[in-house]
Design a protein around this ligand. Structure first.
Ligand code: ATP
Length: 233
């Protein structure tokens, strides 16, 4: 069943147009990676889906309902949760308090504190420590856990690996298939094509605000991706 669909989606910052006619569709249960260079429009696409960027009058259908133009909290209640780029924890609160904030107004579903601790065992020993005591990777785990605590139907992750060391990224990316295994659909925004290919059922490549390529990782060649990502070849 189709979980999310956009038709001819556009976005502007004043006179500047950041998205041009984006047609996007994903099924329930899928993990989709959105790839593209700096400034391709990936974050703007996520922000438009979650109501952080205006979408009034456009066509965005989520779980059978039109969501364009709704306020962010109504979209969140409909089952769409975002892990923001840069993590943004409440640094004076403990890990567990941060996670519980995500549970406010939660839908029913598989995600509980225990399920988040099973997903990220590193957090168990830190559960009563403040956000200030965490490494960058652990902060990212809390940010993902906090978004999951609302039991979203669709989790949106903006550049999970941004600013993290490769070793730490290796601790976080394996969580994606576990999240999917509990029935939560996922969109990951990722600049690292290899990482995206490894984790996604399907890929959308953006360039300069347009979708330039879509397909399964197996069906796409390096040449196609280079062309769609950088516009060369
Ligand atoms: P990155 O990987 O750098 O986050 P991105 O693919 O997510 O890139 P966006 O952040 O969506 O790209 O930016 C798309 C375009 O919109 C860029 O040209 C960017 O400069 C512009 N843009 C983004 N945010 C704003 C803003 N608040 N005001 C004006 N222009 C913006």
């Amino acid at each position: 069943m189709t979980l999310l669909e956009t038709q001819n989606l556009t976005a502007h910052y004043g006179d500047f147009q950041a998205l041009f006619g984006v047609d996007f569709t994903m099924d329930e249960g899928e993990t989709v990676a959105v790839i593209g260079a700096n400034g391709a429009g990936k974050s703007t696409f996520l922000r438009t889906l979650t109501g952080l960027h205006p979408s009034k009058g456009q066509t965005i259908t989520f779980d059978g309902q039109p969501i364009a133009g709704l306020a962010g909290d109504a979209i969140h209640k409909a089952g769409l949760a975002m892990v923001p780029e840069g993590r943004r924890l409440f640094r004076s609160l403990t890990v567990e308090e941060n996670l519980m904030i995500g549970a406010a107004g939660k839908l029913s579903g598989p995600w509980t504190l225990e399920a988040v601790y099973t997903l990220f065992p590193d957090l168990v020993a830190k559960r009563h420590n403040p956000g200030t005591a965490l490494s960058g990777g652990q902060q990212q785990m809390v940010a993902i856990g906090r978004a999951l605590m609302s039991n979203p139907k669709l989790l949106l992750c903006d550049e999970i690996s941004l600013g993290l060391a490769p070793k730490i990224i290796k601790d976080i990316y394996p969580a994606v298939p576990h999240i999917r295994a509990r029935g939560t659909s996922i969109i990951v925004v990722e600049q690292d094509v290899g990482q995206a290919m490894a984790v996604a059922d399907r890929i959308y490549c953006f360039m300069e605000g347009r979708v330039t390529l879509t397909g399964t990782p197996h069906s796409l060649t390096r040449e196609q991706i280079a062309h769609a990502y950088f516009g060369m070849g």
